[in-house]
Design a protein around this ligand. Structure first.
Ligand code: ZN
Length: 132
């Protein structure tokens, strides 16, 4: 069974925290120990695990990605959103987390972020849990 999270993004680039939504899926499953797979079925969005205690961390990540991948360059892709495709490729489209004792085994400072690079849009994230 695949759980689908509907994500609504509000700007072109947005790193939206979804940790609690993933935790809710894990809690509802009653799985004590296992694996939580998170997959983003989009070519201009990604999934990231990083610090959520200080929101300026993901702002810095987004700002540096903007510097690494300029909005205007002689890209060949005619749709005009090559920077979004490239950023999504850098971040990646999936993460694998562990479930231990019925909880997501994240570090104290870690959160899960949906990374929008070509918004605003309606997006989705797929979550699949497997039990040990
Ligand atoms: Zn495109």
């Amino acid at each position: 069974m695949i759980h689908k999270l509907d994500i609504k993004t509000n700007s072109q680039v947005e790193l939206q925290e979804i940790t609690d939504r993933v935790r809710d899926i894990v809690a509802a499953s009653k799985i004590k120990n296992g694996i939580c797979h998170i997959f983003v079925p989009h070519t201009t969005a990604g999934i990231l695990v990083n610090e959520h205690a200080d929101p300026s961390v993901v702002e810095d990540i987004a700002a540096q990605l903007d510097k690494m991948v300029p909005q205007k360059k002689n890209y060949r892709h005619l749709e005009g959103n090559s920077p979004a495709h490239i950023k999504a490729s850098i971040i990646g489209d999936s993460r694998t987390l562990f479930i231990e004792g019925g909880k997501l085994a994240l570090g104290t400072w870690q959160g899960v972020f949906f990374c929008e690079f070509d918004g605003p849009r309606n997006r989705s994230v797929m979550v699949k849990l497997t039990e040990d």
